[in-house]
Write a protein that binds this ligand. Sequence first.
Ligand SMILES: *[C@@H]1O[C@H](CO)[C@@H](O)[C@H](O)[C@H]1NC(C)=O
Ligand SMILES: *[C@@H]1O[C@H](CO)[C@@H](O)[C@H](O)[C@H]1NC(C)=O
Ligand SMILES: *[C@@H]1O[C@H](CO)[C@@H](O)[C@H](O)[C@H]1NC(C)=O
Length: 520
Amino acid sequence: MAHGVLWTVLGLLLWTELGTASLPLVMDSVIQALVELEQKAPVMEASRGASAQSLPTKDSNPHNPLHHFLLGAPSLKAVKLVPHSLSPQLQDLINRVTQHDVRGGQEYGVVLAPDGSTVAVKPLLAGLEAGLQGRRAVNLSLASQATPWDTGDTLPGLRDASPDVTSPNVRTVLPNDKAKPPTTVDSILAVTLAGDLGLTFLQSPQTQSHPGLGTEGCWDQVSVPQTFTLLNPKASMVTMAFLNGALDGALLGDHLSQIPEPRPPFSQLLSQYYGAGVSGDPEFRSNFRRQKGAALTSVSDLTQQVWGTLILLQRLEPGHPQLQNMTQEQLAQVASHATKEFTEAFLECPAIHPRCRWGAAPYKGRPTPLQLPLGFLYVHHTYVPASPCTTFARCAANMRSMQRFHQDTQGWDDIGYSFVVGSDGYVYEGRGWHRMGAHTRGRNSRGFGVAFVGNYTATLPTEAALRTVRDELPSCALRAGLLRPDYKVLGHRQLVHTDCPGDALFGLLRTWPHFTETES
Ligand SMILES: *[C@@H]1O[C@H](CO)[C@@H](O)[C@H](O)[C@H]1NC(C)=O
Ligand SMILES: *[C@@H]1O[C@H](CO)[C@@H](O)[C@H](O)[C@H]1NC(C)=O
Ligand SMILES: *[C@@H]1O[C@H](CO)[C@@H](O)[C@H](O)[C@H]1NC(C)=O
């Protein structure tokens, strides 16, 4: 049933009706559309014939031979039946979200999820579709004949997809002249992440810095979002929303491939995965997609997958302008660079909600720019609010109320902290990396002030939140040249007469690497 629904969703791209009132671009709208399709799916399934691939096809992704080859193409028969039974609003929504594009500083085909992240729907659906077909290792030597569905064995686990990988834990060992080219590609990783990641880095092979990987954006409004404007107009296609959707697609596809039949409807799967709120440490939720992604595939596996996917694309599309005369070694270089950037700048970095996401009021007055890199990280707790926040809605409301207090009562320019850490898997941008904060009197130009939401006098933040501040935030800042390699960590109470960051938290802080008893 789910299979038919997916083809219908992809197939609806062929049906464009304009002039209908628009549903908000939120994940719940997508789930609502899936529920409606699932209710109508039995009818559709019956008339669908034996299998999608045997029916005449009009590829809904004419520019994507990879999807066509690995997933087959949607059935026109199925497509024709359903559109008229869907409400025009849902049709319109599906038309808008199933193509991903970056154009004129805006991003299309993305929705706002309950955890506050923005997600590209197309790679998400591609991952679900690949997962539904079982996790497959596609033999690259057969691929030269470009026959769809000449698939290899069903894989027991993604990690097994690259038999050539010898030491998955050695991060710096990337393909070189001696690495063996991959012989298979994993269908789930290829259609979600590996293809687009490889192609994006192929397009700018000469630049050593990443082509705007993971660019964030702002919704026109968070309650009824309709347009999404990127913060960097030069963003590549692998935006933050794309990476989120691709990773979710890979994770959910992998999950789906392991569930025995009958499989749950997509709507149910998505409701659970994107459900608002978490109860602590990493669960199978969109909030913790990066942690789960790091466990799904290693750097060396993913490098082989990107490399293999580029080789597959080269065979499927011999006239591809960028792939045409590339040697296997050159493709290996691209794969290695792309995977390194993806891992170091996305997967292993904390997820940070930009100011616009939590509804920050504008900065009052003129910010003082910081002279980067800084040498200190000052750790705080908010004390008030005293309870940890575990949902996007609650954390965002906390951010707004702290900003109001700091601006209106204290008379400061902005919320004082550089960053604030929730217990929902997210960091919230305060003054950020570039503007001087108001967190640690006398030291604001020397360090970043990072606060945990909550009162940690007697209890500790979640392990995930602690790891974010202890490991991920500083290592990413260091890599980006924002923090010095010899940075020092201090608690607020070491510099100002205060109990902050609480006895319990301060006790733990003293055991952290980079903690120092004295400043100098
Ligand atoms: C792929 O197909 C070729 C040709 O049929 C075969 O020789 C080879 O063993 C296959 N490789 C894998 C990894 O299945
Ligand atoms: C690739 O090589 C062929 C044959 O040498 C040449 O005609 C073609 O222009 C090259 N394409 C690119 C994109 O360099
Ligand atoms: C913070 O926690 C301590 C210890 O549990 C408690 O005594 C204090 O009242 C709390 N403060 C607030 C503002 O909740």
